[in-house]
Design a protein around this ligand. Structure first.
Ligand SMILES: Cc1cc2nc3c(=O)[nH]c(=O)nc-3n(C[C@H](O)[C@H](O)[C@H](O)COP(=O)(O)OP(=O)(O)OC[C@H]3O[C@@H](n4cnc5c(N)ncnc54)[C@H](O)[C@@H]3O)c2cc1C
Ligand code: SF4
Length: 328
């Protein structure tokens, strides 16, 4: 590991100020992703600004009946929060499906959102990788890509985003609050992560030195229920091959509200806008769910070894919608 300096920030303002003053600095939260990448030589920050002790570790109600989640709230605490478990079950389930108990006790909301891809070439500094080292190429396209993207990829990168939590936040219409050198702003969770295009080194829409300070959840739509389902190679301690977060409300047999997001399929959580448009106002019936999900997945462009993800995504999403409809 390369030598680095360490600073514990006492406020968000100090963290942002120090980051701006030290090019090459990085924010450290739980360290469960960043420190691993430093050991591998993938990340080499000259200064670590520790934000894990900032007073952003609370989950509180908002005036509109939603929730405000501080960036340093631990994944375990968020998953167990009574309001999250009862009103936003998709979020609690997504968190509990990720990593292990020990990791979730350490990992934070901000760090989870900003975690980096698990593409094996990205993590191996002896290999080229456009995301880690722009312009060097993408060996995954023709190489080991079974776990990688089928939607929205580019010739420059076929990586997937690994966070389960981010998929649930997208379907729940969360927004992310950022504090940067030029002040504060919010970004919808659905637009927070990027598609790779020709700039795969940029995972998100954050600007240099912007700190995630909180995530805001709107109140759930009237009568809506939500869930998260994940398919993976092992029953625990494994990233999603495919996952789905679904939110659904049904009134007199017709779908009033539908939100669907996929994980494991793209460089960002994939919000299924085409499927949602087909679902809204339609009868809550199996054929509606199948047609809507098929319309979304028609855009899939699988690589040589990952076409199985399309069928898996279809099965997970159709089952999730049917389960929510049966319960509503
Ligand atoms: C073995 C293993 C299995 C795992 N399995 C899963 C899984 O199944 N599903 C899943 O979703 N995740 C999984 N993870 C990943 C885990 O969820 C992440 O490592 C964790 O959420 C990162 O949070 P952290 O607080 O430790 O972030 P850190 O490692 O501290 O930081 C991660 C990144 O976020 C940046 N950052 C941190 N906080 C902020 C902030 N407030 N503002 C701006 N930038 C910030 C850091 O600079 C860094 O770039 C797994 C990890 C391991 C090691
Ligand atoms: S898929 Fe992306 S992260 Fe993986 S090798 Fe290609 S450029 Fe790098």
């Amino acid at each position: 590991m390369k030598p680095f300096a360490y600073l514990r920030a006492r406020s968000a303002e100090e963290a942002v100020r120090e980051h701006a003053a030290h090019p090459g600095a990085g924010f450290l939260a739980g360290g469960t992703n960043l420190v691993d990448l430093m050991k591998l030589g993938v990340e080499t920050p000259a200064l670590l600004i520790d934000v894990s002790r900032l007073l952003l570790d609370r989950v509180t109600g908002t005036d509109d009946g939603g929730l405000r989640i501080g960036a340093t709230v631990r994944n375990s605490d968020l998953a167990a929060h009574p309001e999250v478990r009862t009103r936003y079950p998709a979020l609690s389930q997504a968190l509990l499906s990720g990593a292990s108990g020990q990791l979730r006790n350490t990992a934070t909301t901000g760090g989870n959102l900003l975690q980096r891809t698990r593409c094996p070439y990205f993590q191996d500094t002896s290999k080229p990788c456009n995301k880690r080292d722009p312009g060097t190429g993408c060996p995954a396209r023709e190489g080991a890509h079974r776990d990688l993207a089928v939607l929205g990829h580019s010739e420059h990168c076929v990586a997937t985003h690994p966070s389960d939590m981010a998929v649930a936040l997208s379907a729940l219409d969360a927004t992310v609050r950022l504090h940067g050198p030029d002040g504060e702003r919010t970004v919808p969770a659905t637009g927070f992560h990027r598609l790779p295009g020709d700039t795969p080194h940029r995972d998100t829409e954050t600007l240099p030195g912007e700190l995630v300070t909180e995530v805001l959840l709107p109140p759930p739509p009237d009568g809506a229920a939500s869930l998260y389902r994940k398919a993976r190679d092992r029953a625990s301690f494994a990233f999603a091959l495919v996952s789905v977060a679904a939110v659904l409300s049904v009134r007199r047999g017709r779908i009033e509200h539908a939100a669907l997001a996929f994980g494991g399929l793209a460089h960002r959580p994939w919000r299924a806008h085409t499927a949602e448009a087909a679902l809204r106002g339609a009868p809550a019936a199996p054929e509606t769910f199948e047609q809507a999900v098929d319309a979304e997945l028609a855009a899939a462009r699988p690589l040589r070894d990952n076409a199985f993800k399309v069928g898996l995504a279809r099965a997970l999403a159709v089952d999730a919608l049917a389960e929510l409809a049966a319960d509503s």
